[in-house]
Design a protein around this ligand. Structure first.
Ligand code: GRF
Length: 192
Protein backbone atom coordinates (compact mmCIF):
# COMPACT_ATOMS: atom_id res chain seq x y z
CA UNK A 1 0.00 0.00 0.00
CA UNK A 2 1.20 3.52 -0.85
CA UNK A 3 2.25 5.51 2.22
CA UNK A 4 -0.49 7.99 3.16
CA UNK A 5 0.43 11.67 3.29
CA UNK A 6 -0.27 13.00 6.78
CA UNK A 7 -1.84 16.38 7.47
CA UNK A 8 -2.65 18.22 10.70
CA UNK A 9 -5.58 20.57 11.15
CA UNK A 10 -5.24 23.59 13.43
CA UNK A 11 -8.60 24.94 14.61
CA UNK A 12 -9.97 27.15 17.38
CA UNK A 13 -13.73 27.10 16.92
CA UNK A 14 -16.73 25.21 15.62
CA UNK A 15 -14.64 22.92 13.45
CA UNK A 16 -17.02 22.30 10.57
CA UNK A 17 -14.14 22.41 8.08
CA UNK A 18 -12.15 20.01 10.26
CA UNK A 19 -15.09 17.59 10.27
CA UNK A 20 -15.45 17.94 6.49
CA UNK A 21 -11.75 17.24 5.91
CA UNK A 22 -11.78 14.19 8.19
CA UNK A 23 -14.88 12.85 6.42
CA UNK A 24 -13.19 13.41 3.08
CA UNK A 25 -9.76 12.00 3.93
CA UNK A 26 -9.90 9.47 6.78
CA UNK A 27 -10.92 6.35 4.94
CA UNK A 28 -8.50 3.47 4.49
CA UNK A 29 -8.09 3.92 0.73
CA UNK A 30 -7.41 7.68 0.89
CA UNK A 31 -3.88 8.77 -0.03
CA UNK A 32 -4.18 11.59 2.53
CA UNK A 33 -4.88 11.17 6.25
CA UNK A 34 -5.71 13.68 9.00
CA UNK A 35 -3.20 12.52 11.62
CA UNK A 36 -4.12 15.03 14.30
CA UNK A 37 -6.18 18.09 15.13
CA UNK A 38 -4.52 20.75 17.26
CA UNK A 39 -6.25 23.56 19.11
CA UNK A 40 -5.36 26.56 21.25
CA UNK A 41 -8.77 26.69 22.97
CA UNK A 42 -9.47 24.24 25.77
CA UNK A 43 -13.24 24.39 25.18
CA UNK A 44 -13.29 24.60 21.37
CA UNK A 45 -16.22 22.64 19.93
CA UNK A 46 -13.82 21.16 17.38
CA UNK A 47 -12.31 18.97 20.12
CA UNK A 48 -15.44 17.03 20.91
CA UNK A 49 -16.48 16.74 17.27
CA UNK A 50 -13.19 15.40 15.94
CA UNK A 51 -12.53 13.11 18.91
CA UNK A 52 -15.98 11.60 18.31
CA UNK A 53 -14.74 10.77 14.80
CA UNK A 54 -11.75 8.92 16.26
CA UNK A 55 -9.16 11.62 15.54
CA UNK A 56 -7.06 12.87 18.43
CA UNK A 57 -7.31 16.56 19.29
CA UNK A 58 -4.27 17.99 21.06
CA UNK A 59 -4.61 21.14 23.13
CA UNK A 60 -1.65 23.43 23.69
CA UNK A 61 -1.98 26.40 26.05
CA UNK A 62 -0.85 29.94 25.21
CA UNK A 63 2.75 29.69 26.42
CA UNK A 64 3.34 26.69 24.20
CA UNK A 65 2.01 28.60 21.17
CA UNK A 66 4.42 31.42 21.94
CA UNK A 67 7.46 29.16 21.64
CA UNK A 68 5.93 26.64 19.25
CA UNK A 69 8.49 23.93 20.02
CA UNK A 70 6.05 21.40 21.51
CA UNK A 71 3.66 21.92 18.60
CA UNK A 72 6.46 21.32 16.06
CA UNK A 73 7.53 18.22 17.99
CA UNK A 74 3.99 16.81 17.95
CA UNK A 75 3.71 17.43 14.19
CA UNK A 76 7.07 15.85 13.41
CA UNK A 77 6.43 12.84 15.64
CA UNK A 78 3.28 12.14 13.60
CA UNK A 79 5.02 12.56 10.24
CA UNK A 80 2.86 15.55 9.27
CA UNK A 81 3.75 16.98 5.84
CA UNK A 82 1.18 19.76 5.53
CA UNK A 83 -0.37 21.94 8.23
CA UNK A 84 -3.94 23.01 7.42
CA UNK A 85 -5.52 25.92 9.28
CA UNK A 86 -9.31 25.85 9.53
CA UNK A 87 -10.59 28.67 11.72
CA UNK A 88 -7.40 28.90 13.76
CA UNK A 89 -7.34 32.15 15.71
CA UNK A 90 -3.79 32.64 16.98
CA UNK A 91 -0.46 33.67 15.52
CA UNK A 92 1.60 30.86 14.08
CA UNK A 93 4.88 30.72 16.04
CA UNK A 94 8.16 31.27 14.19
CA UNK A 95 9.34 27.79 15.14
CA UNK A 96 6.42 26.36 13.16
CA UNK A 97 6.96 28.68 10.17
CA UNK A 98 10.61 27.64 10.09
CA UNK A 99 9.88 23.91 10.44
CA UNK A 100 7.18 23.95 7.71
CA UNK A 101 8.18 26.54 5.08
CA UNK A 102 5.48 26.74 2.36
CA UNK A 103 3.76 23.83 4.08
CA UNK A 104 1.18 25.76 6.10
CA UNK A 105 -2.08 26.77 4.42
CA UNK A 106 -5.10 28.73 5.55
CA UNK A 107 -8.62 29.29 4.30
CA UNK A 108 -10.13 32.75 4.57
CA UNK A 109 -13.86 33.38 4.00
CA UNK A 110 -13.54 36.30 1.55
CA UNK A 111 -11.80 37.20 -1.67
CA UNK A 112 -8.50 38.51 -0.29
CA UNK A 113 -7.14 41.15 -0.25
CA UNK A 114 -10.69 42.32 0.48
CA UNK A 115 -11.71 41.91 4.11
CA UNK A 116 -8.55 40.35 5.49
CA UNK A 117 -6.27 41.26 8.37
CA UNK A 118 -6.58 41.49 12.12
CA UNK A 119 -10.11 41.12 13.48
CA UNK A 120 -11.40 39.79 10.15
CA UNK A 121 -12.63 36.32 11.01
CA UNK A 122 -15.92 34.44 11.09
CA UNK A 123 -19.09 36.49 10.94
CA UNK A 124 -17.12 39.80 11.04
CA UNK A 125 -15.90 39.09 7.51
CA UNK A 126 -19.41 38.59 6.15
CA UNK A 127 -20.67 41.71 7.97
CA UNK A 128 -17.85 43.71 6.34
CA UNK A 129 -18.68 42.34 2.86
CA UNK A 130 -22.33 43.39 3.26
CA UNK A 131 -21.43 46.79 4.71
CA UNK A 132 -19.13 47.43 1.73
CA UNK A 133 -21.91 46.52 -0.73
CA UNK A 134 -19.72 43.98 -2.55
CA UNK A 135 -21.45 42.09 -5.36
CA UNK A 136 -19.30 38.98 -4.81
CA UNK A 137 -17.62 37.17 -1.97
CA UNK A 138 -15.98 33.78 -1.71
CA UNK A 139 -12.97 31.97 -0.33
CA UNK A 140 -9.21 32.35 -0.50
CA UNK A 141 -6.80 29.50 0.20
CA UNK A 142 -3.31 30.83 0.81
CA UNK A 143 0.06 30.07 2.33
CA UNK A 144 0.77 31.38 5.81
CA UNK A 145 3.61 33.76 6.51
CA UNK A 146 4.33 36.08 9.41
CA UNK A 147 1.60 38.58 8.38
CA UNK A 148 -2.13 37.93 8.77
CA UNK A 149 -3.75 36.85 5.49
CA UNK A 150 -0.85 38.04 3.31
CA UNK A 151 0.82 34.78 2.22
CA UNK A 152 0.79 33.84 -1.48
CA UNK A 153 -2.65 32.95 -2.79
CA UNK A 154 -3.12 29.35 -3.95
CA UNK A 155 -6.77 29.43 -5.04
CA UNK A 156 -9.89 31.57 -4.88
CA UNK A 157 -13.53 30.71 -5.58
CA UNK A 158 -16.32 33.28 -5.76
CA UNK A 159 -20.04 33.31 -5.03
CA UNK A 160 -22.61 36.06 -5.48
CA UNK A 161 -23.80 38.30 -2.66
CA UNK A 162 -27.62 38.45 -2.80
CA UNK A 163 -29.56 41.67 -2.13
CA UNK A 164 -31.38 40.10 0.82
CA UNK A 165 -28.32 38.41 2.36
CA UNK A 166 -27.68 38.54 6.08
CA UNK A 167 -24.20 37.76 7.44
CA UNK A 168 -25.53 34.29 8.28
CA UNK A 169 -26.93 33.47 4.81
CA UNK A 170 -23.73 34.70 3.18
CA UNK A 171 -21.67 32.63 5.65
CA UNK A 172 -23.63 29.55 4.64
CA UNK A 173 -22.91 30.11 0.92
CA UNK A 174 -19.23 30.70 1.63
CA UNK A 175 -19.01 27.62 3.87
CA UNK A 176 -20.38 25.50 1.01
CA UNK A 177 -17.47 26.68 -1.15
CA UNK A 178 -15.03 25.84 1.67
CA UNK A 179 -16.36 22.29 2.02
CA UNK A 180 -16.12 21.69 -1.73
CA UNK A 181 -12.75 23.27 -2.51
CA UNK A 182 -10.52 23.01 0.58
CA UNK A 183 -10.17 19.19 0.27
CA UNK A 184 -9.56 19.56 -3.50
CA UNK A 185 -6.79 22.13 -3.07
CA UNK A 186 -5.13 20.11 -0.28
CA UNK A 187 -5.16 17.03 -2.51
CA UNK A 188 -3.66 19.03 -5.35
CA UNK A 189 -0.87 20.38 -3.13
CA UNK A 190 0.06 16.96 -1.76
CA UNK A 191 -0.53 14.73 -4.74
CA UNK A 192 -0.11 17.11 -7.70
C1 GRF B 1 -14.20 29.34 8.11
O1 GRF B 1 -15.15 30.19 7.53
C2 GRF B 1 -12.83 29.62 7.58
O2 GRF B 1 -12.81 30.20 6.33
C3 GRF B 1 -12.30 30.62 8.57
O3 GRF B 1 -12.86 30.29 9.79
C4 GRF B 1 -14.08 29.59 9.59
C5 GRF B 1 -14.00 28.33 10.39
O4 GRF B 1 -15.23 27.67 10.43
N1 GRF B 1 -10.87 30.66 8.55
P1 GRF B 1 -15.31 26.23 11.05
O5 GRF B 1 -14.71 26.30 12.46
O6 GRF B 1 -14.53 25.32 10.18
O7 GRF B 1 -16.76 25.88 11.10
Amino acid sequence: MVQQKKIAILASGAGSNAVNLINRFNSTDSPIHVATVITNRVKAAVREKTEAMGVECLYFPKDEWLSGHEVVKALQERGVELVVLAGFLAMIPNALLEAYPDKIVNIHPSLLPRHGGKGMYGIHVHEAVLAAGDARSGITIHYINEHYDQGAIIAQRACPVMPDDTPETLAERVHALEYEYYPQVISQLLLG
